[in-house]
Design a protein around this ligand. Sequence first.
Ligand SMILES: Nc1ncnc2c1ncn2[C@@H]1O[C@H](COP(=O)(O)OP(=O)(O)OP(=O)(O)O)[C@@H](O)[C@H]1O
Length: 407
Amino acid sequence: MAGKMKETSKYSDDSLSSFNESTGSLNRSYNDISEHENGIYVIVRSRPLSTKENRASEPSIVSFPGNGRILVEGFQTIGGSNGPKSKLFSFNVVFEPASTQEDIFQYSGIKKLIEMAAEGFNTTCFCYGQTGSGKTHTLTGPPGMFFNKRIEPFSADHGLVFRSFMYLFRLVQQRQDLHFVLKASFLEIYNEKVIDLLNPGTVRKPLDVRWSRKARNFYVDNLFMVDCEELDDLQAVLEEGMKNRTVGSHNMNECSSRSHTMLTVYITSEQQISEDGVFITKQGKINFVDLAGSEMTKKTMSEGKTLEEANNINKSLMVLGYCIASLSDPKKRKGHIPYRDSKLTKLLSDSLAGTGVTLMIACISPARSNASETISTLRYAARAKKIKTKPVIVMFHRRFKVFLDNY
Ligand SMILES: Nc1ncnc2c1ncn2[C@@H]1O[C@H](COP(=O)(O)OP(=O)(O)OP(=O)(O)O)[C@@H](O)[C@H]1O
């Protein structure tokens, strides 16, 4: 593990309690969000045509009419014989291929998510899309960035995660009235097994996912949490996890994530609210989830280990798809949602339908050869946009100061 990472602790849900924040005791104006249902915020990013696609003179089939709309044209439906089709989708924000990493940071809504996490909300940003569509690029940066010996302190390539870390630290420094403690964990779900990326061990022993009755959500037992007093500590967590996660190569991506990863920053803040020693502690968090890409194994030409990985990836994404489809249907959302059918959906259950605030980034390729995957991603994203969550702040009162550093 990197020398930067100092103290560690394990997850415990003992001290958690949650309730709707409606008393107006917050300094900021998020009460409206916590009192009402909130839709999942869905944005789309189209990557540019790749060198391979350009070499094959592939046309782009997506265009951007404005106002969060995206038009996909000139594709054939599977088995369809009625000529090329077109379909218009509408999202909260759509990023064209020329968009920079900074544009995504500024206009995706992630800044708001971080602010809410610092206020005690459970927030999630997850990237969804076919293999090679730019999920890892968007969240962390181009492949290879974390395999170089010397990683640049900051560059235009840095993705949403590092930019969010910088924003969070600035925010924490500005709030002199609060005492903040930050911790982080980083895991992957590989072939349905949860592996701690900060402490994988030589045998990569899987961790259990359990249900917490108190917090009413799933959590990973014995997951390492690292204290992050400085920006460098969070950067060290990111680098360590990126080095340990499982990647592989196939026909559509040389550096393909073979697992779903989840990097979580836990933000605890404490504020004295009365002279006689009453303190309020809030516990928010932000999850950055890089889903492995859906893949058509015929196109990726996967075989052996890569095929087994692809089958596991597709299976867990299918369960996620069922959950999203049920949650987006007003008739089905009160019924049974199959969260328990995969580790991924267990860990995302709170973000999808519980008390969290969620930003989904759907990544697409503009190339004609990827038309059916692009349409399928956009349909998935359009469904997710209909899901409602009911965000609550996780907080508790204490009469005496709690020494947060000992958490
Ligand atoms: N917006 C972009 N601008 C420039 N290059 C990009 C962009 N998005 C993706 N790429 C490049 O495309 C390739 C595939 O991207 P990436 O590995 O992020 O895809 P992915 O969706 O995470 O794939 P997988 O699901 O297989 O892990 C990488 O070389 C990446 O740098």
